[in-house]
Design a protein around this ligand. Structure first.
Ligand code: NAG
Ligand code: CA
Length: 326
């Protein structure tokens, strides 16, 4: 009897021991797991003045508190790119940014947050490559389009590209955008944040721009296919118009979800594009200066001919009148 008890106790003991060792061995993984190698956080510079995990180009400058992509000067362009490809299928990226400048009514051009195949390629899409592969979240402060727009600026939008699409500044990218929302983030004192979530092929963008500490959904689009192994980046440009484009931080969190090897091979694809606005050409400037000049000249010649004819008619009339009287 006692022996049996002892065996039972022993079994129970081993069982408990196994559970505890098992629990101890289980990797402690929070749901939202911050990954330092894809994040840009203070202090940006190490003692050796290098920036861990990031490369940069153009007008980028690091201070203690922020990374300046461009200063508030014309024709500037700057970009930073993560050195480590992202192998997570599901993730969240928090970008704390600031756009501010002296311009009251005129300012530009904006910035873009990237998840792209090619890194450190300077180009026309807010400082980076056009015909890119991957995702661009475009934070556009300046409306290049003169004609009617279906939204106000500043504007946040998403574009997915497989390398064949051109970002059309003249249309503010509206013909290639997935979705977007208006956003007032310029020249405010408080911090402005954007959260990009990519989870199970659903791409969502949230903003926290009003210092209320709450996320507002900008848009959410499903069936967005992005491969793993691309790079995060951020870039900004100024043109004739300018602004300071600053980043306070970019924080990457891995979300749960199995990643397969095939995921690296897929081509960026989105099945739901926003209804493109009707592609109407801007109204042609109706009169050129030369045309106005010719019309004015013809008008003047016409007026002169008319007055001469009128005068001649009047003379004749007077003469006829005189003839009748005498
Ligand atoms: C790339 O995208 C364009 C436009 O969406 C599409 O027509 C084309 O088939 C795509 N190419 C590949 C290789 O997926
Ligand atoms: Ca624009």
């Amino acid at each position: 009897m006692e022996r049996l008890n002892l065996i039972n106790q022993c079994i129970a003991c081993i069982f408990i021991l196994q559970i505890t060792t098992c629990l101890a061995q289980r990797p402690i993984r929070e749901h939202n797991y911050n990954r330092r190698e894809h994040s840009l956080v203070k202090p940006f510079l190490t003692a050796g003045l290098s920036v861990p995990y990031w490369d940069y180009t153009g007008s980028v400058m690091f201070t203690q508190n922020y990374v300046r992509l461009t200063p508030d000067e014309q024709s500037m362009s700057g970009a930073i790119w993560n050195q480590i490809p992202c192998w997570n299928r599901n993730w969240e990226l928090f970008v704390d940014f600031k756009v501010a400048g002296r311009g009251k009514d005129l300012f530009g051009d904006g910035l873009a947050i990237w998840y792209a195949k090619d890194r450190m390629v300077v180009g026309p899409v807010f400082g980076s490559k056009d015909y890119f592969n991957g995702l661009a979240i475009i934070i556009d402060t300046y409306s290049n389009h003169n004609g009617p727009h279906n939204h106000q600026h500043p504007y946040i939008s998403a574009m997915i590209n497989n390398g064949t699409l051109h970002y059309d500044h003249d249309r503010d990218g509206t013909h290639t955008q997935l979705a977007g929302c208006e956003a007032r983030f310029r020249n405010v004192e408080h911090t402005t944040q954007i959260k990009i979530r990519y989870e199970n092929d659903v791409l969502s963008v949230f903003t926290d721009l009003e210092n209320k500490n709450e996320w507002k959904e900008c848009f959410s689009v499903d069936s967005v296919e992005l491969p793993t192994g691309y790079y995060f980046g951020a870039s900004a440009t100024t043109g004739d118009l300018s602004d300071n484009h600053l980043l306070n931080s970019m924080k990457f969190f891995e979300l749960e979800g199995a990643t397969t090897a095939e995921r690296a091979q897929i081509v960026p694809r989105a099945s739901k594009f926003e209804e493109p606005r009707e592609h109407v050409d801007d109204p042609k400037p109706s009169w050129s200066n030369l045309q106005i000049f010719v019309v004015l000249l013809l008008g003047m010649i016409g007026a002169v001919i008319c007055s001469i004819a009128g005068y001649m008619y009047y003379e004749k009339y007077q003469q006829n009148k005189k003839k009748r009287f005498y």
